[in-house]
Write a protein that binds this ligand. Structure first.
Ligand code: NAD
Length: 436
């Protein structure tokens, strides 16, 4: 099949590469000329494990193409995926301007039947808006389908090649048939495709992300309470997770959720609810708890230094919002950096994958180290903000040699408590006793 993907970010590029890998000819369109030029030259613009190899293989096989020209791609494709940004507007609602602008362009440019597949995360009713926008520009037949994306950054290729399920919202039999054909390689291997109406499909995405955000936040509150009463969240987590109605995943406490999806999707669902006269009380609480959870360790650092951290050097391991990505959107590291700088501390950060994106945002407001141990040179404390695997089993002797103080503030509970204890470190993590 010939398929156009509009938007080559985390979702668009991974979806496009996956569809090419499944044998389709895929035309990826982006307005960012530099990015398109780079991709034509074999440069992957984002970091995702295993993406580069698949991307290069499909370019080589002449199944994956890049252009800034929407018309050129549209003319070759019956199916057009939208993988465009839907960032939060001032009031928290999803900004649909990117999606509706491209819908408008498609209406103006199309010359024959198209299936317009929306992969962006959008509020209930957006399929209708896309439909109205396109039909205001053309009388040619077309269908709009909602096909939300559930991939996780850091596992995007794995998730895209082997999704838990495919959700397709459509009221057109013709479009459903085309979508079933595209996803046949998945359904053949037992991956379910779940058909529903557009509105239910649009809400499935928000409901899924919001549920996960609530699950994380619930566990963060349990962790905070553990500290109050002397319980250990690791034990509680294991005890809870062993019940298969609960499960072990998303029970790990830490310094809050971040990234380009959970914060914005929770906000957008709250706002959609409000617009429809509905109050999402659980989500409002979740958002509030998460904002304070992100910086919960800063007061602990202050306490450790007797209330004043002016002039203290804090080494920060990890900048990405989670491991295995270069994405720093709404990363907890950024909230902590901002607050620590405000209080007069200096930051030396280490995260080779996400460093470039942070440099674009913060420039030389902080320093950057080339290795995790270089970051510790004369540091007064270590702050762990991202759970990169390389931090899991560090050389504590070397750490002790480099640091002014043997103090770790761990926002991701990287170590069993006995490890820093045996190595003589002060260790403050989340929901567990402090090792003094
Ligand atoms: P992104 O910001 O990484 O990428 C968006 C791309 O669209 C950029 O390359 C941008 O240049 C391009 N673009 C903007 N306007 C354009 C236009 N008019 N024509 C062509 N290209 C244009 O975004 P993303 O993270 O891939 O997210 C896309 C959507 O998918 C969002 O709605 C997001 O909520 C949703 N989503 C994201 C993830 C994730 O993990 N990132 C997961 C599931 C769903």
């Amino acid at each position: 099949m010939n398929i156009t993907i509009v938007g080559t970010g985390y979702v668009g590029l991974v979806t496009g590469t996956t569809l090419a890998e499944l044998g389709n000819s895929v035309y990826c369109v982006d307005i960012d000329e530099k990015k398109v030029e780079g991709m034509k030259n074999g440069i992957v613009p984002i970091y995702e494990p295993n993406l580069e190899e698949m991307f290069l293989r499909n370019i080589q096989a002449e199944r994956l193409f890049f252009t800034t020209n929407l018309k050129e791609a549209l003319d070759k494709s019956e199916v057009v995926y939208l993988a465009l940004p839907t960032p939060p507007g001032e009031d928290g609602s999803a900004d649909l301007s990117y999606v509706l602008k491209v819908a408008n362009d498609i209406g103006e440019l199309m010359t024959e039947y198209k299936v317009v597949v929306n992969k962006s995360t959008v509020p209930v009713g957006t399929a209708d808006k896309v439909r109205e926008t396109i039909s205001s520009k053309t009388s040619i037949d077309f269908d709009v389908v909602s096909n939300p994306e559930f991939l996780r950054e850091g596992f995007a290729v794995e998730d895209s090649m082997n999704p838990a399920r495919v959700v397709v919202g459509s009221s057109s039999d013709k479009a459903k048939e085309i979508m079933a054909k595209i996803y046949q390689p998945f359904t053949n291997t037992g991956i379910p495709i779940i058909f529903m109406d557009e509105k239910s499909s649009e809400l499935t995405k928000y409901a899924s992300n919001s549920f996960l955000a609530v699950k994380i936040t619930f566990m963060n509150e349990i962790a905070n309470y553990c500290e109050k009463v002397g319980a250990d969240v690791d034990k509680v987590r294991l005890g809870m997770g062993s019940d298969d109605r609960i499960g072990h995943r998303f029970l790990f406490p830490g310094i809050g959720y971040g990234g380009s999806c959970f914060p914005k999707d929770v906000k957008a669902l709250i706002k959609s609810g409000k617009d429809d006269g509905f109050n999402f009380q659980i989500l409002e609480a979740t958002e509030k708890v998460n904002i304070s959870q992100k910086v919960i360790l800063v007061s602990e650092i202050e306490k450790y230094f007797g209330g004043n951290i002016e002039g203290k050097t804090i080494a920060m391991w990890g900048l990405a919002f989670k491991a295995n990505t270069d994405d720093i959107r709404e990363a907890s590291s950024l909230d902590n950096i901002e607050l620590l700088l405000q209080k007069g501390a200096k930051i030396v950060a280490y995260d080779l994958i996400a460093e470039g994106n942070v440099k674009k945002l913060l420039g030389n407001k902080i320093s950057y180290a080339n290795t995790m141990y270089d970051a510790l040179e004369n540091a007064d404390a270590l702050f762990i903000a991202t759970e990169w695997p390389e931090f899991k089993n560090p050389n504590f002797d070397l750490m002790a040699k480099k640091m002014n103080n043997k103090a770790i503030f761990d926002g991701r509970n990287m170590f069993p408590l006995e490890v820093p204890e045996q190595n003589g470190f002060f260790y403050k993590s989340i929901g567990r006793k402090t090792i003094q």
